[in-house]
Design a protein around this ligand. Sequence first.
Ligand code: 3PG
Length: 208
Amino acid sequence: MSLQKILGQVPLIPVLAIRNPDHAVPLARALAEGGLTILEVTLRTPVALEALRLIREAMPDITLGVGTVLQPEDMDRAANAGASFAVSPGFTKRIADAGRYSGIPLLPGVATVSEMMLVRELGYRALKFFPAGPMGGPAALKAIAPVMPDLAFCPTGGVTTANLAEYLALPNVFCAGGSWVAPDALVQAQDWKAISDLARKAIAASGR
Ligand code: 3PG
């Protein structure tokens, strides 16, 4: 199955920055319990790879990705820890090449039309639109659709329950990403029930 098809099974991919490895599995369980079963663990904290490994071991059925990939080496390390896809906030030639030849598929980030054209030339059709809000939000993706109808996007950055449905209604959006379903305060308080509720609310707001 293509990465677009896999990620398109959910309306929202929680973007996680896990600071304490002890939180990794309960957080993943809370989100899955709320219906969000595809997660992105970002490499923004020193324990990210450990968190990936712990979730992978405890929840073999969940679809687990690695995010904030800034260099090709990150992809191999994350794949070894159990990630089955990778997300980069932007792309370089090296990362785009790694995404085509390494073991796990890559969702490369783009922000401008020229970047979309460049990464399209490199063979990609499913892209992360980041930072979606500051770069024009749903209106930007709507304007791009007729120009490059073969591209599809996962917008992240400024997506909320208030605009999720508007993004998902666009023909060139297959899912969205966002961190608001796992706010740091709730994670530190280990309020897993509140996080499951946020996941449920996101799904309800998605219109899917
Ligand atoms: C990402 O990397 O996708 C973003 O940091 C998520 O953006 P958000 O915090 O605005 O949801």
